[in-house]
Every structure is written in structure tokens, then in C-alpha cells.
Design a protein around this ligand. Structure first.
Ligand SMILES: Nc1nc2c(c(=O)[nH]1)N[C@H]1C(S)=C(S)[C@@H](COP(=O)(O)O)O[C@H]1N2
Ligand SMILES: [Mo]
Length: 516
């Protein structure tokens, strides 16, 4: 084998081995994070920093493009970037090991620094676990390189000889498999630990759980969103990569700012106040026409006016700002808390303790306002201030300061692009205009006339409704449009408007094919 060919294949082997080394390092870090509550996930910790420094346009783009999958996409992108680094480091370490040693050392420093930003991290344990992960990764790199080193044999072409090539494939494949397994197990453990923590709390359940809020009003139509969306399927949008794990024994809610006296409430204080149950639809401003960042649930909580009155709102305090334990903020006009719209400090969702993903121990639910200006999860402060005195998280990032939810409707059945049998078919979907109510929903097939759909009985003024429309469908491709009219008499306008800055507009249209 010629010298140059040997060099080429040594670089290539080292590069693949470096990639495998990084994969194994990531796997070990996640596995160890799963095994010990004192070791935060390195991927999530670094991801949180990435979110912090992500430009606003990219963050908004990620939410509108990937929706509730934005976190998974971020995690995957980070892993891919790390693997590419591994490839580069390996590629440059075929002769001297220094590049990969230095690269891994830098990785370790960044990883440790990020993990120590987590309150649960214990420095010594984090340092040791990171070193273990790094060393195992480097040994993987070294081992694969050595194992795939061509023996002194007659090799005529410059490629990696077949035996060694097979070995390389086998070793990298094995490393990848083991890494994926370790990451899977680690993340599953992290998740189940959070759930176990919540269960171990043995909280008093103050909810009058006589019957499940299953919404017996539902039309019985497959594919149409249920009137009450379950906690596990309810959309989730937030900037938190790691769901805040809050000990309700230590958590407090402070009402301060332009108030007569500052008030600090504990979780028990709140559970001991008179609780009410209200259905309300929550929607994300990033929701595109026809999309799914919207849901309806039964919220249990204390009326927000009751909380505010404990502190006494001063005249001129025309903005209420919610602040979460991780520093996220949202603000809305004070008058909206007092105008009778059932603004809540919620502690329960569908008669369960508010799930961690949705803001445990407490969050705001302000009917009629998009989540980004109102629905602070993991809330720890309510600050009374002036309208001009403060802008919430998304305002300087190019979203409107006021965020009333726009009247919208959606076709759920059939799925866009779907096939249905010719003949009688029941179309269906949902429509929402929280605080206002839906007056009418109309559908239009192809370019035919607008026809009125049937509506379910609304569970509350703030709750979405289902619509259904039965008609005969002829063979071939069709379109179906939907539009809603709310109780103010406003009909959704056809004009397409992008979600930014204050919510999407336009009629949802689907295409489908009817066949025999
Ligand atoms: N602490 C915190 N609360 C938050 C957010 C956030 O990023 N952090 N996002 C808001 C946005 S944009 C929306 S749409 C709703 C979504 O609530 P959900 O995840 O319970 O559906 O939460 C709001 N509350
Ligand atoms: Mo949102």
C-alpha cells in the first residue's frame, strides 16, 4: 500500500472513530444524567444556552415550523453538530492525538459549565461524570482506530482494505447503536423521575372530581379534536428545554409592584382559597391557519381578581405581568383580569394536578388572550406595573404587545389530502372565539355556496365548539373551506395573514379525493 493511500485511509478511519467517540460520549452523559438527579442532561443544559442566545426570528421560526416538536428538532440538530465535530476532530488526529484530546477537553468544559447552570447540579459529581463520558469516548475513538488498522498485506487500491472496512462499519454501527440506547434509557429515566417526584408529593386533590370532563357534548366524529383535550395530548409551547421541577413546599407566588401591600402566597395558601372550575380554550399566536397549537381544557384555580385583591391594585397599574421561575414574562391589561372573563390562577387541568409541562404548581389562564401575553406557566411573581413600564418576553422579539385571540375555525375531518368514499359524508372540525363565542360556522365545497354547519353546545363562553356538516360527495378531487362568525357579528376574513405579529387570519381549506 502506498504512503499516500495509507494516510488517506488513516484519516478516514480516525474521522469515523471520532464520530463514534462523540456519539458514545453523548450516550454516556445522558445515561448518567438518567441515573443521578445531581447530573443534569448535558444536551438539555447546552440547549438552554442555545435558546437564550438564539435570535428572535429563528426562535419564532422554529416554533411556527416545528410547533410542539421544536425542542426535539433543537436536540437533534445539536447532536448532529456534535457528531460533525467528532468527525473533524478525528480527521485531524490520525497522526497526533492532540486535536481530539483538546477538542474533547473543550467539550467537557462547555458541558460542565452548562450543567452547573442547573440548580440541581452537584459540582463534584458533574465533573466526574463528564470526565468518565469523555474518557469512554476517547477510548472508543482510539479502540476503533487500532482495531481497523490495516495489517501488512498486499493492498493494491488506496481504499481501506475490505476486512478493515467491514470492521470499521461494524464498530461504528455498534457505537451508534449503543449510544442511541444509552440516550434513550437516560432520557426515559429523566422523564420518569420527574413524574415520580410529582406523584411522591401526595398533594391534596381539591378538585370536585365527580365526573371526568370528557365533554359529553361531542359529536361522535373520528379525527375531530375532542371538546376537552386531554392533558397528555394538549399542545405544549414554551422556551423551557428542561421543564422546571418545582418543589411546592418551597415555591411561592409574590404579588408586588403597584399594590397596596406585597403578598406572598404558598401553594397551601392557594389550595385553601375558594377554587372554581372553568372551561377555556388556550391558543398560541404562532398557530397557522388550520394548525394545532390550540386546545380546550377544564381549568381549576383561584379567580385572578381574588388574588389581586389580597394585595390591592393601585390606580394607574394598568398592566399585569406574570414571571415564571425561569424568568419568562408575559403582560396584559389589568382591566382584563376584572372584566368578568374568568381569568384564573390555575392549579388544576382537567381535574388533575396541573402537569409539569403545563406549569405546575400554578399558571395563569386568561381567556381570550394568546398564551404569549398571558398564560405564564411555573409562575412565581405577579407584578403590577404600567402598560409602558414593561414589555414581556416576546414583545421586543417582534410580536404585538396586545394579543387578543382571533376568531378561527379548522377542518379536522377528513384530513387534508385524504380519501373518502363517495356518497354521504360528515365533515367536521372545531371553531373558537373565546370570550365572544361562535355564532355560526359555514363550509363551502369546491366553488359552491356557503352552507351552515351544525354546532355543539358550548361548554362556556370561553370554550371552543365542534362543527359538523353532512352532505353528498361526488367522485373526484374536491376542496372544502370553513369560516366562522362570532357573536360580535364578525366573519373570519378570507385574506391570509401570517401569525406574526398578532395571529394568523384566513380561511382553512383542505383538499381531498372521493373514490368508489
Ligand atoms: N413560563 C412560561 N410560560 C409560558 C410560555 C413560556 O415560554 N414560558 N409560553 C407561553 C405560550 S407562547 C403559550 S402558547 C402557552 C402554552 O401553554 P401550554 O404549553 O400549556 O399549552 O404558554 C405560555 N406560557
Ligand atoms: Mo404561544
Amino acid at each position: 500500500m502506498g504512503k499516500i493511500e495509507a494516510k488517506v485511509n488513516a484519516r478516514r478511519r480516525s474521522a469515523w472513530a471520532g464520530t463514534a467517540g462523540v456519539a458514545v460520549t453523548l450516550g454516556v452523559t445522558e445515561l448518567l444524567a438518567g441515573l443521578s438527579p445531581s447530573i443534569p442532561s448535558a444536551i438539555s443544559s447546552i440547549g438552554s444556552y442555545v435558546v437564550d442566545v438564539t435570535p428572535a426570528w429563528l426562535e419564532s421560526f422554529a416554533i411556527s415550523t416545528f410547533g410542539t416538536a421544536d425542542k426535539a428538532v433543537l436536540g437533534l440538530s445539536m447532536v448532529i453538530v456534535a457528531l460533525l465535530f467528532g468527525w473533524l476532530l478525528g480527521n485531524n488526529s490520525s497522526v497526533s492525538p492532540w486535536p481530539i484530546l483538546i477538542g474533547f477537553a473543550l467539550f467537557a468544559i462547555v458541558g460542565i459549565a452548562a450543567q452547573l447552570g442547573d440548580a440541581a447540579a452537584e459540582t463534584g459529581i458533574v465533573v466526574v461524570s463528564t470526565l468518565i463520558a469523555g474518557v469512554v469516548g476517547l477510548l472508543t475513538w482510539y479502540g476503533i482506530r487500532e482495531w481497523t488498522k490495516p495489517k501488512e498485506r498486499d493492498v493494491t487500491d488506496g481504499d481501506i482494505p475490505s476486512i478493515e472496512r467491514r470492521r470499521l462499519l461494524l464498530a461504528v454501527g455498534a457505537a451508534a447503536t449503543v449510544s442511541v440506547l444509552m440516550i434513550g434509557v437516560g432520557r426515559a429515566k429523566i422523564r420518569s423521575r420527574a413524574e415520580a417526584q410529582l406523584e411522591a408529593l401526595d398533594l391534596p386533590v381539591p378538585f370536585t372530581a365527580e365526573k371526568d370532563p370528557t365533554g359529553e357534548n361531542d359529536f361522535d366524529l373520528k379525527l375531530v379534536a375532542p371538546i376537552v383535550v386531554s392533558n397528555t395530548t394538549f399542545y405544549r409551547i414554551d422556551t423551557a428545554l428542561v421543564v422546571p421541577a418545582i418543589d411546592p413546599e418551597e415555591w411561592t407566588l409574590t404579588i408586588h409592584g403597584m399594590v397596596d401591600k406585597e403578598v406572598v402566597l404558598t401553594y397551601d395558601d392557594i389550595l385553601n382559597m375558594p377554587l372554581v372550575e372553568k372551561y377555556a380554550t388556550l391558543a398560541c399566536v404562532s398557530n397557522e391557519v388550520g394548525d394545532h397549537l390550540v386546545g380546550n381544557a377544564l381549568w381549576t384555580g383561584v379567580p385572578l381578581p381574588d388574588i389581586l385583591n389580597l394585595a390591592g391594585v393601585q390606580p394607574g397599574a394598568d398592566q399585569i405581568v406574570g414571571r415564571s421561575v425561569d424568568g419568562w414574562t408575559a403582560g396584559f391589561p389589568t382591566e382584563l383580569a376584572f372584566d368578568g372573563r374568568d381569568a384564573l390562577l390555575a392549579v388544576g387541568m382537567n381535574r388533575e394536578i396541573l402537569p409539569a409541562n403545563h406549569g405546575f404548581p400554578a399558571r395563569l389562564v386568561i381567556p381570550g388572550l394568546y398564551g404569549y401575553v398571558s398564560a405564564t406557566k411555573w409562575i412565581t411573581e405577579i407584578e403590577l406595573t404600567t402598560w409602558d413600564g414593561f414589555d414581556g418576553y416576546w414583545i421586543p422579539r417582534g410580536w404585538a404587545k396586545e394579543g387578543p385571540i382571533k376568531t378561527q375555525s379548522r377542518v379536522d375531518r377528513p384530513k387534508s389530502g385524504g380519501r373518502i368514499p363517495i356518497g354521504t359524508y360528515v365533515f367536521g372540525g372545531v371553531a373558537w372565539a373565546p370570550t365572544v363565542e361562535i355564532e355560526q360556522v359555514e363550509v363551502q365545497m369546491d366553488d359552491g355556496p356557503w352552507q351552515t354547519a351544525e354546532l355543539t353546545e358550548p361548554l362556556s363562553t370561553n370554550s371552543w365548539i365542534q362543527w359538523a356538516f353532512e352532505t353528498d360527495v361526488s367522485e373526484g378531487p374536491h376542496t372544502l373551506r370553513v369560516r366562522a362568525t362570532d357573536r360580535t357579528g364578525q366573519t373570519q376574513s378570507e385574506l391570509r395573514v401570517a401569525p406574526r405579529p398578532n395571529g394568523a387570519e384566513g380561511w382553512h381549506m383542505i383538499r381531498f379525493v372521493a373514490t368508489t
